[in-house]
Write a protein that binds this ligand. Structure first.
Ligand SMILES: [Zn+2]
Ligand SMILES: [Zn+2]
Length: 320
C-alpha cells in the first residue's frame, strides 16, 4: 500500500521554498511513478527563483535533472524532462526541443525535488548497467552540452580553438564534450578560482580567469550582456558563438562588427533525442568528483546556500 504523503521541496511563493508533505502523485494510464534517487539543482532554477521569473509559477515542485526507479517495473530510469506534442510543425521537423506546446517536467508540471513524482511514460529511458544515479542525473545537463556542441559542429566541423565562458555545470560539461570530440585547444573561464581548479581537476586543457586571443568557437554558458559581447568579440572572422547561458535578456554586442566579420551567433535550447542518447553514453564514462550530494531534507538550505555563494563543487544534487 502506498503512503498518502511524500516529502517534497516546494516553491510555494515568490522568494519562498519549503520542505513539505505533499499528496502522493496519482498517475494517469500514460504515466509512471518514479522513486527519485538523485536530482540536480540547476542554475536556471537558482536564477529563476532569485529573479522571480514568470517562467516558473509557484506553487511548483522544481527539478528537471533526475533519475530513479520506476515503481511499477522496478527498472532504473532516467527522465528526459522535455515533453513534446509530437504533432506540431516543429516536432514534425525533428525539433521537438522547441515544440510549440512543449512542457518541461519540473517547470510546467511537478519535478524531481521530491521522494516520488509521476511523469509521462514517454520521458523514460532505461539506465545502463553500472551507471550511478549521480551520473544518470547529469545526463540532462550533458544533453544540453552535446546539443550545443553538435550545433557548433554543423558550422565548423573541426574548430581548433574553443573557448567556454563559465565553468558551472553546463560550461564544464561543454568543455568535456568538446575535448572528447577531439577539439584540440579548449579553454574554459570563470571568475571563481575554485571552479577553475575543479575544471583543471576534471581534465579541461586550459582554465583561466578570462579568454585571451582569438577563437574559432566560443560557448557562452553564462548569458550576461558582457559575456555575450565577449563571446562574439573574441571570435576570429567567420567564427561561431553559441549561447547557452540564460542569465539575463541583454545581448550587448556590436551588430555591425558581426556583419563585417561574418560571424554568427547560434542559440541553443535543450536537446534532441539523439543528443540525449549520446549523453547517456557519455555520462557512464564520466568521473564526478565535482558533484556534491545532500539529503532531500536539507535541500532548502542547500538551494538557498547556492544562491548566496556558488559552490566549488559545481553541481549539487539532492538525494531523497
Ligand atoms: Zn537545467
Ligand atoms: Zn510539438
Amino acid at each position: 500500500m502506498r503512503e498518502s504523503f511524500l516529502r517534497a521541496i516546494v516553491y510555494t511563493a515568490p522568494g519562498e521554498l519549503r520542505l513539505l508533505d505533499v499528496e502522493e502523485p496519482s498517475p494517469t494510464d500514460n504515466e509512471a511513478v518514479i522513486d527519485v534517487k538523485a536530482v540536480g539543482i540547476c542554475g536556471s532554477e537558482l536564477e529563476g527563483f532569485a529573479s522571480r521569473s514568470p517562467f516558473r509559477q509557484p506553487p511548483l515542485i522544481m527539478g528537471h535533472e533526475f533519475a530513479g526507479v520506476d515503481r511499477d517495473t522496478g527498472r532504473r530510469v532516467l527522465i528526459n524532462p522535455v515533453v513534446a506534442c509530437k504533432e506540431c510543425d516543429l516536432c514534425l521537423r525533428g525539433q521537438a526541443n522547441i515544440c510549440r506546446s512543449r512542457t518541461i517536467v519540473g517547470i510546467q508540471r511537478p519535478g524531481g525535488f521530491a521522494e516520488r513524482v509521476s511523469v509521462p511514460g514517454s520521458t523514460l529511458y532505461e539506465m545502463p548497467d553500472g551507471m550511478s544515479y549521480v551520473q544518470a542525473a547529469l545526463v540532462e545537463p550533458l544533453a544540453n552540452a552535446v546539443h550545443a556542441h553538435r550545433l557548433a559542429q554543423s558550422y565548423d566541423a573541426l574548430p581548433q580553438r574553443v573557448g567556454i565562458i563559465g565553468a558551472g555545470t553546463l560550461g564544464l560539461l561543454t568543455a568535456l564534450v568538446a575535448q572528447a570530440s577531439g577539439d584540440p585547444e579548449v579553454t574554459i573561464t570563470d571568475r571563481l578560482d575554485a571552479r577553475l581548479e575543479t575544471a583543471r581537476e576534471a581534465g579541461v586543457h586550459t582554465a583561466a580567469k578570462e579568454l585571451s586571443g582569438e577563437f574559432d568557437v566560443i560557448f557562452d554558458a553564462v548569458g550576461t550582456a558582457e559575456t555575450r559581447a565577449d563571446s562574439v568579440g573574441l571570435l576570429r572572422p567567420g567564427g561561431t558563438s553559441v549561447w547557452i547561458g540564460l542569465h539575463g535578456p541583454e545581448a550587448g554586442f556590436d551588430g555591425q562588427a558581426l556583419i563585417r566579420h561574418e560571424k554568427r551567433v547560434l542559440a541553443t535550447f535543450c536537446y534532441h533525442d539523439q543528443d540525449y542518447k549520446r549523453a547517456i553514453e557519455f555520462a557512464r564514462r564520466l568521473d564526478t568528483p565535482w558533484v556534491e550530494t545532500c539529503p532531500l531534507e536539507e535541500g532548502v538550505d542547500a538551494f538557498l546556500g547556492l544562491l548566496e555563494a556558488p559552490s566549488a563543487s559545481v553541481k549539487t544534487m539532492l538525494v531523497p
